[in-house]
Design a protein around this ligand. Structure first.
Ligand code: FES
Length: 123
């Protein structure tokens, strides 16, 4: 049997090393058409969620949970759910919908370039 670390909190460690809290360089996420008006899309590989308002404007947020730094891996509609302690966030606004998180998600710059969505880094 593998040695046990003791605290059992490894999955919720603060970001660092390989899991940067936000992109460190602009990332090409995909075709602009992948995010529908009023919808959202989670880009797990980049820890970014992109949503589009009713007016067609895009918003992007880091999906590193502001509670203890887990990578959020679930999006239903425009609601993001953190796997660690169940915090929920609104992908359209970054706001907290359910505790324990209290801080909104970090907003990232996002733009469309040649029909592709390009997000981050925070500048
Ligand atoms: S890290 Fe605790 S709810 Fe996300």
């Amino acid at each position: 049997m593998a040695p046990v670390a003791g605290l059992g909190l490894a999955a919720c460690a603060a970001p660092g090393g390989s899991s940067a809290p936000t992109p460190t360089a602009p990332v090409d996420l995909g075709a602009e058409s992948e995010v529908a008006k009023g919808g959202a899309r989670l880009y797990r590989d980049h820890n970014v969620v992109v949503s589009r308002g009713a007016d067609g404007a895009l918003k992007a947020y880091s999906t590193i949970c502001t509670h203890a730094g887990c990578a959020i891996n679930k999006l239903q509609g425009t609601t993001l759910t953190c796997p660690c302690h169940g915090s929920e966030f609104d992908a359209a606004t970054g706001k907290v919908l359910a505790a324990p998180a209290t801080e909104p998600l970090n907003e990232l710059p996002v733009k469309v370039s040649d029909g592709r969505i390009v997000a981050g880094p925070k500048g």
